[in-house]
Design a protein around this ligand. Structure first.
Ligand code: ATP
Length: 491
């Protein structure tokens, strides 16, 4: 059976299509379903957890193992509570909250304005956002009334008691993985042979008390980040003029030479981030670089760009890249009283390194991957198939072994071949149902190759390879299988 047209069904992929496939095919289930569900929590099922693991492994491989200027750590979720005072999160990690007095809906004020007016007001003062909402007579999207409280700040950190003695000790669940990296900066330079410029990477969970979580795994309270803090020498002139430069809102306000130096580093990271997008098969037409205006910058940043992606619910942040200056290490030096300077082995010069931070949300990566890979296609006979065109490197199942019949030695031969092909990763054996249906199932979970073992296989020592994307079939000798698969799919 061939494809009539090698194209995604004309309508845009919807969130309903993606969430339905995820549930139906064991990628992502709504959390705690047997208790009636628990809003905004999800479980990665057998295929989802494989996909997630493959993406993490690929990221680690690209950004840590394949580079000479990177090392990794795996820090705790609980960090010393002072960390978050130093980093500015206790005072400044806030969203703008607004309540509807009529229906009691709690909303993020900047999202309310964006949805009503298409205007980005993130970073504007609370009073100004309150005024925008009032002057534009914006209505509550839940009840339609226009009866809001004023906009106020809402800290996004989860605080939990840490008390074995009944005192009021507490810890925060980390809202970003970055801080564990800053806390271990000194240990890393003291214990490893790293030289600036170099980066420390980490993959791990972060927690944020989002006012309006939603859109499936796009915005959750608990999520995973893949982050890099990349340490560089400060731009020339910074150390002497630190106070004046840090007082300026944006890198654009610094001298040209400093801007050129930093923007070159930004360009290299932008390229690396797009190489990553290609590696995981994101649709490049759906990726957009968006610069933050000075007023939108986080308290620690002098320049940030986001890579936004056209998700089915709109163009939203997928990844970010921020210039955190020496802000974090400087703050931790002040709050901890420990020296966090780096001594250049050649010049003997001592300084607090500057940091550029490329950050990648894992859940959002998966959603962008699924959005890019999902297709519904019409075949020659008019029937439909759903297919996930996942890159073989991240596909949960690499190869499916399908004996044509459940008897006459075909299962044994299929199992024998399967054993040899385990070198490519997770494989699946499936002997039940019509072969067409088995292909469709593998298409839906994104398996790049199906191998059919039939009666002739025992005579000619060959099998049929069926390609997921083209649906073409080829007869290959069993003895040549590994080389063939390596070259075509898994190099
Ligand atoms: P947003 O503006 O969408 O709230 P953010 O700018 O606060 O995101 P960052 O602080 O830059 O996000 O976090 C780094 C990355 O972590 C984001 O680019 C995104 O991929 C991911 N991320 C942030 N918040 C969430 C969340 N609540 N759920 C899932 N992923 C998230």
């Amino acid at each position: 059976m061939n494809l009539k047209k090698n194209r995604i069904s004309p309508m845009k992929t919807s969130m309903d299509q993606i969430t339905a496939l995820c549930k139906r095919r064991g990628f992502i289930y709504p959390g705690s379903e047997i208790y009636g569900g628990f809003a905004n929590t999800y479980t990665y099922g057998p295929y989802g957890s494989l996909l997630k693991k493959n993406v993490k492994d690929l990221w680690w491989n690209m950004f840590v193992e394949n580079r000479d200027d990177m090392v990794g750590i795996d820090g705790d979720i609980f960090l010393h509570p002072k960390t978050w005072e130093a980093s500015g999160h206790v005072g400044g990690f806030n969203d703008q909250l607004i309540d509807c007095k009529n229906c009691k809906a709690r909303l993020r004020a900047d999202h309310l304005v964006e949805e009503a007016l298409g205007e980005d007001c993130e970073g504007k003062p609370d009073e100004e956002v309150t005024k925008i909402i009032q002057e534009n007579k914006i209505k509550c999207p839940k009840c339609g009334k226009q009866d809001f409280t004023d906009v106020r700040k809402f800290n996004q950190m989860f605080k939990t008691p840490l008390s074995k003695t009944g005192d009021d000790g507490h810890v925060y669940l980390r809202p970003e993985t970055a801080q564990a990296i800053f806390l271990e900066f000194k240990n890393v330079i003291d214990s490893c042979r790293v030289r600036i410029p170099f980066g420390i990477a980490q993959i791990g969970k972060a927690f944020r008390n989002e006012i309006t979580p939603g859109n499936f795994i796009f915005r959750q309270l608990e999520f995973e980040q893949m982050e890099i803090e990349y340490f560089i020498t400060p731009p020339a002139g910074f150390t002497e003029k630190r106070e004046a430069w840090m007082g300026k809102p944006h890198l654009d306000d610094w001298p040209d030479e400093a801007q050129d130096y930093m923007n070159q580093i930004f360009s290299a990271w932008e390229k690396a981030m797009f190489d990553w997008c290609d590696l995981i098969g994101l649709d490049r037409k759906k990726c957009h670089v968006v610069e933050h205006s000075a007023e939108k910058l986080s308290h620690y940043s002098k320049r940030t760009f986001d890579i936004e992606f056209d998700f089915p619910f709109g163009q939203k942040e997928l990844y970010g890249c921020a210039y955190r200056t020496d802000f974090d290490l400087n703050q931790h030096e002040k709050f901890s009283g420990k020296k966090l300077k780096y001594r250049d082995p050649q010049t003997n010069e001592e300084y607090i390194p500057h940091v550029i931070e490329p950050t990648f949300g894992l859940g959002r990566s998966l959603l962008a991957i699924l959005t890019s890979a999902y297709a519904e296609e019409t075949l020659e006979d008019g029937s439909q198939r759903t297919v996930l065109r996942l890159k073989p490197k991240i596909a949960p199942v690499k190869i499916a072994l399908l004996p044509l019949m459940k008897k006459d030695g075909l299962p044994e031969l299929a199992r024998e071949i399967q054993k040899q092909l385990k070198i490519f990763g997770y494989t699946e054996y499936d002997e039940s149902g019509a072969i067409g249906k088995r292909y469709r199932r593998q298409d839906e979970i994104g398996t790049p190759v199906c191998i059919t073992i039939d009666y002739e296989s025992k005579d000619d020592n060959a099998v049929t390879i069926r390609d997921r994307d083209t649906m073409t079939q080829e007869r290959i000798k069993i003895s040549e299988l590994i080389d063939y698969l390596k070259e075509r799919y898994f190099s």
